[in-house]
Design a protein around this ligand. Structure first.
Ligand SMILES: [Zn+2]
Length: 224
């Protein structure tokens, strides 16, 4: 069933594929379902790691934990930091606890039109990168990892017990989770590195050009 190959060995490109650890996976899926049909938004914590994918030891970035923001204003079309001071408190708290965020995740509830980051998403990433660098948090300097959950509610004619399953595409993962006998959610998970195409320091971060590189997403269950 699983034929695609991980791209973790492409040293030249430097953008690692993403491995979402089990607990993290449960949290992001649940937080997207909880606020449907508004967007969820949170921070990612993780680090480079080696995982076995299709029988090969592969260099990935492992997403160990996520932090769903509680202060954001959520609407069906955008999530904005409702409280910039609160975002900075989150950053500083993680630092005090010995870590830094590596990126973020958010959802696009149906109708999302296309699967991918919007212009507005790139603007928020730049703002977040700028906020982090201002306080000396450099982990996102070369790239910010953004996980996107494109989510759609599904109504079924035939009742069935709650269940869930996953299928995988070239890079994305599709998760179907049935929460009631006739109701479920279809969630497509995609991962992007948002990275600067210019040097820092020459102009404000928000005026710099950033590129987007999609990478593959893996979760533990389907790798056996
Ligand atoms: Zn978005």
């Amino acid at each position: 069933m699983r034929k695609r190959r991980a791209g973790g060995k492409r040293k030249t490109e430097g953008f690692r594929d993403v491995f979402i650890e089990r607990r993290t996976f449960r949290t992001i899926i649940t937080s997207a379902v909880e606020v449907y049909n508004r967007e969820t938004n949170g921070a990612l914590l993780g680090r480079n790691a080696t995982r076995e994918i299709n029988g090969e030891r592969t260099e990935v970035v492992s997403v160990k934990e996520v932090y769903p923001f509680q202060t954001d204003k959520r609407t069906p079309s955008e999530v904005i930091h409702g409280n910039k001071a609160a975002f900075k408190r989150v950053l500083r708290t993680f630092e005090s606890l010995g870590t830094e965020i590596i990126g973020g995740y958010h959802s696009h509830p149906y109708p999302y039109g296309f699967v991918g980051l919007s212009r507005g998403d790139i603007v928020s990433v730049k703002e977040d990168v700028e906020a982090m660098m201002k306080i000396g948090q450099e982990r996102v300097r070369k790239g910010w990892l953004e996980l996107l959950l494109s989510i759609k509610r599904k109504d079924y004619v035939k009742p069935q017990k709650p269940e869930w399953y996953i299928c995988d595409y070239v890079k994305k993962l599709r998760v179907r989770v049935r929460t009631r006998e006739r109701t479920g959610y279809d969630i497509l998970i995609s991962a992007y590195w948002v990275y600067p195409k210019e040097k820092y320091g020459e102009k404000p971060v928000k005026k710099m050009k950033f590129g987007v590189k999609e990478v593959s997403v893996y979760v533990p269950w389907i790798l056996e």
